[in-house]
Design a protein around this ligand. Structure first.
Ligand code: IPE
Ligand code: IPE
Ligand code: MG
Length: 243
């Protein structure tokens, strides 16, 4: 990822929470005249390196969109390959990472009940290995932004709590991670695809043409520089804009 040769771009408190829509695996494979699943394998293979680079750059919360509530519509063979790849990644890479790195933990966003049993158990195991570490990866698996809000609202009803913005923010899947400052989408499509509808209310978006398996350090640096060139207003005005 080129991170060793040149000095790493470091983030400050304006950019501690980053989310990525990891899109374009199928097109990456098609370009190579290979089945879509070949792209998913290549895409899974770069996740670890990406997370470690983001951690080194000073990001504290990374939310990755791995599988949406709508992705079940895909052929069963493709879904099975994705589920197996996630299992393998958790079993072979993430468990080891958590054992070695006291600063790292992983959480899963979405209803685990729909996942294959073996994967569901692995997710629970991973979540129980470490919690609330300085660096957290939220892996969105069977995740939908609408489902997230409905789930939070149901939790509030169950607990008899008032439905307020503050309470929903406490019970959405990403809590206690802060809302993403930046959402990067690879694959070039300008749409949200049901990702972080609540949390992304004021996130900056960067859309990259890079297909996910080709995502590199240069793409991260480019996205971060673009983020720092933007003026965030959160509906208000910045200093000097009042007149
Ligand atoms: C993203 O890549 C991975 C998942 C949605 C699981 P795609 O499989 O959507 O790849 P494209 O967008 O068809 O190229
Ligand atoms: C979004 O990509 C979901 C993930 C990257 C996991 P999709 O490929 O599912 O989105 P659409 O269908 O192009 O909107
Ligand atoms: Mg896609």
């Amino acid at each position: 990822m080129g991170s060793k040769e040149k000095e790493l771009f470091k983030v400050d408190d304006r950019l501690r929470s980053v989310a990525i829509i990891m899109d374009g695996n199928g097109r990456w494979a098609k370009k190579r005249l290979m089945p879509r699943t070949f792209g998913h394998k290549a895409g899974a293979a770069i996740i670890e390196k990406t997370l470690m680079t983001l951690k080194e750059m000073g990001v504290h919360h990374v939310t990755l969109y791995a599988f949406s509530t709508e992705n079940w519509k895909r052929p069963k063979e493709e879904v099975d390959v994705i589920m197996n790849l996630v299992y393998k990644y958790l079993d072979e890479v993430v468990c080891d990472r958590i054992r070695k790195d006291p600063d790292f933990s992983m959480k899963f966003l979405g209803d685990k009940n729909a996942l294959p049993e073996k994967l569901r158990e692995k997710c629970i195991e991973v979540e129980n290995m470490a919690k609330d570490t300085p660096f957290v990866c939220n892996l969105a698996l069977n995740y939908g932004g609408r489902d997230d809000i409905v789930h939070a609202a149901n939790e509030l009803v169950r607990l008899g709590l008032p439905i307020t913005e503050e309470n929903i923010s406490k019970y959405i899947y990403t809590a206690p991670s802060p809302d993403p400052d930046l959402i990067i989408r690879t694959g070039g499509d300008f749409r949200v695809s049901n990702f972080l509808l609540w949390q992304g209310a004021y996130s900056e978006y960067v859309i990259l043409d890079t297909l996910w398996p080709d995502f590199s350090y240069e793409d991260i640096e480019k996205s971060f520089k673009e983020f720092y060139s933007r003026k965030r207003r959160f509906g208000g005005l910045n200093e000097g804009e009042e007149e």
